[in-house]
Design a protein around this ligand. Structure first.
Ligand code: NAG
Ligand code: NAG
Ligand code: NAG
Ligand code: NAG
Ligand code: NAG
Length: 950
């Protein structure tokens, strides 16, 4: 029994991953003549190739004006010929006409941020006066035209962020005036041409984000005017040429993510005195960090994480006033001895310091008290995975702008400084795996932005401060493996954002407060190995997001609350080793996702059910309950007496009652629907006015509404209420009131340009994965877990609404599509939407596109906004900085997650519905991918509430 995942869903998955390839077609107009015929004609031909002009940038390009006055066109005063074409950011869509080559007086072309497709015409080679060409942020394909290298006056060549491929033409090296080459973010392959060393005028070379290989040519050392070289994220290897260390003009070296090796020469600080950025993360540099670094007084960024640097650091950073990033994680730095961190004191002079990443090294000794004198600009202080011992200096409380503080996996002792509560901007606080003692400071409650808190595996005592309930952004909390006592404060249960809460292996006691039911977002909850007593509150059934609940090894008593069967998403339920008594609630059979149920070593009695999870002997454990009977044969329990069987019959009546309600609900789907937003005093809601033409539908309106309310899923837009009255004309007026989703529709996020006010909106990978997972989960629910399979029929980005947390909610426009006249019966009781033609075409286009790239090339088709740009000198480098990347080769890591998502997209959009995946599998797999991704993100401390890039 399986309903196939729909093409529509696949579109969504694919669109989420490459929003950049959709384009539409429009027509153009013609005009009459004025001015110089050749140039005018060439410009008109240029315009002809523009298929979409959303901002009407070219509306002035008509015969009512001389072309010299057309927007973006500048002419020479004397001869009235076009000398510059400047149409940056006009969002034009089209191809670049070869007629451009006729504008022979052109000196400068700027067509940045278009949606130009196709190739760059060879005719540009005729523009012999050209000095400046910038075609950044387009989708030009094919090779860089060789003829362009005939433009002997060219100074600036900027074709960043396109899809150019092939080799970088060696002929570039013979252009007499070329001073800047920006070819980053393309698909260039092959070597960096040694001929570039002939460009005596060259000041800048950016080739990052390509597929270049081989070594960096030693000859580049001849470029004595070179100021920046950025070649990160390629496959370059070999030794970093020593000749480059002598280019005193250099101020920026970016080599991130290659396999370049070598060591820094001891005199680097003397030969490269002008350096302000040295970014060599994730290469194979070895050796020590030379003391002469202390002479590079203008150094702003030194990032060398993920290399093989070793030894103690003796650099005096006291003269580096502008240093704001020192990122040397994942090396073998330090000697594992006292005073390894002595150099930190010299950083107190760096008044712009923001990032200090020292994790994953061999630093020993204690943290100097001087860290309290760091500039308050510091935001990231990451020291985990070293051998740092001693106390945490009290002065840490001065660093009031800290956003991430990670001290985990060290040998720290003493107590957590009470002043930690002064770090009001803290989002991640991680001190797990140390030997910290004393109580958890109640001042933690002042950290209202805190998102991730881990204190697990220490020697903390005392109780959990109730003030934690003030940290309204808390999502993930690890307090396990300590010696905590007392109650679990009910205030903590008021944290509606909390999704992962780990308390196992402590000595917590007393009954669990019934407010636990307020944990709306909780997914994993671990209480095992404590001394909790009393009954399990029935309110636990309200924690509808729960996946894993571990309550074993406590002193809990009373019945297993029947409400547990409302936890539809639960996968693991462990109530073992308590004093629970009574029957096993039979409804647990209905928990579709339950894979592990451990009820062993309690005092349970009566019949063990046989359906659902109970049908799989390896998934359940009921040992150590002497009074249980029945169950599947593998359990070897005694058979039950007849009294047990009576209960079974009363149960099945309840199921039948539910079956009656659902068909009534289906009527509602045939209504025409309007939208509106009502801004009330206390609540913003969305309203759908129903046009009730059919008498039958009208009659049962209230019944339908209540039935619709029964279709519940955390990702379906909730119906809050309904209203029914007469409108001004005395007609029946009925409306449904929905939750208002503050973040608008997915459509607006995928195509931010449609939202002029808010064009900075961007979705990161995690958010996209969350959305895909949420949508799959709704579809799975509608297909498989409603009493009658329900088909959505109108799944598209504009119908996916995003709430405050950026969780996706599908409008509950569910329908049994037959009523809408757009369905064909597929399999006996299932329905399939027939999609509109263009959606089908879009889908098959995306399908083919994705299939061609899968699996090796998927990173190349990914929405470029999702690519990491860490440290390669892109304009957006800091905003999109990929913290998560500091764990390894980020592209590989990303591919690990992206490839399976694309595969799901491809499989869901297979032409024949029979070949498509079951949405059930889709939901499960997406969830696994998301969890794994989240796991890595958490692992790497990238858990930031306002995750910018991932
Ligand atoms: C157009 O340009 C050509 C070539 O420079 C020139 O011969 C011709 O006179 C110009 N015509 C006008 C109308 O400006
Ligand atoms: C301009 O360029 C096009 C295409 O490259 C060419 O066919 C045309 O003859 C050229 N000359 C004039 C005067 O338009
Ligand atoms: C490209 O350059 C070659 C060599 O100068 C020339 O023969 C050819 O016509 C040029 N192509 C175009 C389209 O201008
Ligand atoms: C290209 O696009 C990126 C990202 O959208 C943007 O940050 C950058 O400013 C653009 N570059 C240019 C030259 O406009
Ligand atoms: C800070 O800089 C001053 C000179 O500007 C220097 O005398 C002092 O030693 C430096 N402090 C540290 C801690 O390096």
């Amino acid at each position: 029994m399986s309903l196939r995942a729909f093409c529509l869903f696949a579109i969504l998955v694919l669109v989420l991953m490459f929003t950049n390839i959709l384009a539409s077609e429009f027509s153009t107009m013609t005009m009459t003549s004025l001015g110089n015929e050749t140039d005018r004609y060439a410009l008109l031909e240029f315009k002809k190739q523009i298929t979409d002009d959303p901002l009407e940038a070219l509306s002035s390009w008509n015969d009512s004006l001389h072309f010299c006055h057309w927007r973006g066109v500048t002419c020479g005063r004397r001869h009235q010929r076009v000398v510059s074409l400047y149409l940056e950011g006009q969002r034009l869509v089209g191809t670049l006409s070869p007629y451009i080559g006729n504008l022979t007086f052109l000196r400068s072309i700027n067509l940045d941020n278009y949606s130009f497709r196709g190739t760059i015409p060879q005719e540009v080679g005729r523009l012999f006066r050209l000095q400046y060409i910038s075609l950044t942020n387009n989708t030009f394909r094919g090779e860089l035209p060789i003829n362009l290298t005939q433009c002997n006056n060219l100074k600036m060549l900027s074709i960043r962020n396109n899809k150019l491929s092939g080799m970088i033409p060696p002929e570039l090296g013979f252009m007499p005036k070329l001073s800047e080459i920006h070819l980053n973010k393309n698909y260039f392959t092959g070597r960096i041409p040694p001929s570039l060393s002939n460009l005596s005028t060259l000041t800048g070379l950016i080739l990052s984000f390509n597929g270049l290989e081989g070594s960096i040519p030693e000859e580049l050392g001849k470029l004595t005017g070179l100021e920046y070289i950025m070649i990160g994220v390629n496959n370059l290897s070999g030794m970093f040429p020593h000749s480059l260390y002598n280019l005193s003009s250099l101020n920026h070296i970016g080599l991130t993510y290659n396999q370049i090796h070598g060591s820094f020469p001891p005199n680097i600080g003397l030969t490269l005195p002008n350096l302000n950025r040295l970014q060599v993360e994730f290469n194979q540099f070895t050796g020590e960090i030379p003391v002469s670094f202390g002479n590079i007084s203008g150094l702003e960024i030194f990032s060398a994480g993920g290399n093989n640097l070793f030894g103690p650091i003796h650099v005096d950073f006291g003269g580096l006033k502008d240093l704001w990033t020192l990122a040397i994680a994942w090396n073998k730095l330090g000697a594992g001895k006292e005073d390894d961190l002595g150099f930190l004191t010299s950083l107190t002079n760096s008044t712009r310091l923001e990032k200090l990443e020292l994790f994953g090294n061999n630093f020993g000794g204690t943290l100097p008290n001087s860290i309290g004198n760091f500039s308050t600009t510091i935001q990231y202080f990451l020291l985990e995975k070293n051998q740092i011992s001693g106390n945490i200096p009290l002065g840490i409380e001065n660093l009031i702008n800290l956003s991430i503080l990670s001290l985990r996996d060290n040998l720290l002792s003493g107590s957590i400084p009470p002043g930690i509560g002064k770090l009001k901007n803290l989002r991640v606080l991680d001190m797990q795996n140390n030997t910290l003692s004393g109580e958890i400071p109640s001042s933690l409650g002042n950290l209202t932005f805190l998102y991730y808190l881990s204190l697990k595996n220490n020697k903390l005592t005392g109780s959990i401060p109730s003030s934690l309930g003030n940290c309204q952004h808390l999502k993930i909390v690890f307090l396990s493996h300590n010696n905590l006592v007392g109650i679990i404060p009910k205030e903590v249960f008021g944290l509606s954002s909390l999704s992962h809460f780990y308390l196992h292996f402590n000595s917590l006691s007393s009954p669990i407060h019934l407010e636990i039911g307020k944990l709306q977002s909780i997914e994993e909850l671990t209480f095992f190995g404590n001394k909790l007593s009393g009954k399990i509150p029935n309110s636990i059934g309200n924690c509808l997001s729960l996946h894993k609940l571990y309550m074993g090894d406590n002193l809990l008593e009373g019945n297993i609350p029947p409400s547990l069967s409302s936890l539809k998403g639960i996968e693991v339920l462990d109530l073992s080793q308590n004093n629970l008594s009574g029957q096993i609630p039979k409804d647990l059979e209905n928990l579709q996702y339950l894979q592990k149920l451990n009820l062993s070593f309690n005092n349970l009695e009566g019949e063990v059910p046989t359906e659902g999870v109970f049908g799989n002997a390896s998934a359940i454990s009921v040992d150590g309950n002497d009074k249980l009977c029945g169950g599947i044969i593998e359990l070897h329990l005694p058979t039950c007496s007849t009294t047990d069987l009576k209960r079974k019959n009363t149960m099945s009546k309840k199921v039948r009652a539910i079956m009656i309600v659902v068909p009534v609900f289906l009527l509602i789907c045939s209504l025409a629907v309007y939208k509106g937003i009502l801004n009330q005093v206390d609540k913003v809601v969305a309203i759908k006015v129903l046009n009730l033409q059919q008498p039958r539908a009208s009659k049962s309106f209230m019944t339908e509404c209540s039935a619709l309310r029964n279709i519940r899923h955390r990702n379906l837009v909730k119906i809050l209420t309904s209203c029914s009255s007469l409108d001004s004309k005395g007609n029946d007026f009925k409306a449904l009131v929905f939750e208002f989703m503050s973040n608008g529709s997915l459509e607006m996020w995928l195509h931010p340009d449609m939202d002029v006010q808010n064009n900075l909106r961007e979705l990161n990978i995690l958010q996209r994965l969350n959305i895909a997972t949420d949508v799959a989960s709704v579809m799975d629910y509608l297909h498989h877990h409603c009493q009658i399979p329900v088909v959505h029929c109108d799944l598209k980005p504009s119908n996916i609404l995003l709430d405050d947390d950026m969780s996706a909610h599908s409008m509950a426009q569910v329908a049994r599509c037959q009523h809408m006249g757009m369905c064909t019966a597929m399999e006996s009781s299932y329905w399939r939407c027939s999609q509109e033609k263009d959606q089908q075409m879009k889908c098959s286009k995306l399908h083919r596109f994705a299939k061609m790239a899968f699996p090796e090339e998927v990173m190349k088709i990914l929405d470029p906004k999702l690519l990491p740009m860490n440290g390669v000198g892109e304009e957006t480098e800091e905003e999109t900085r990929l913290n998560f990347g500091s764990l390894g080769n980020v592209m590989d890591k990303l591919q690990e997650f992206i490839a399976p998502v694309i595969r799901i997209g491809i499989q869901c959009s297979a032409e024949s519905p029979k070949e498509r995946m079951d949405i059930n599998d889709v939901a499960r797999e997406l969830n696994q991918i998301r969890e794994a991704f989240l796991g890595i993100v958490i692992e790497a401390h990238q858990v930031r509430p306002t995750i910018q890039s991932y």
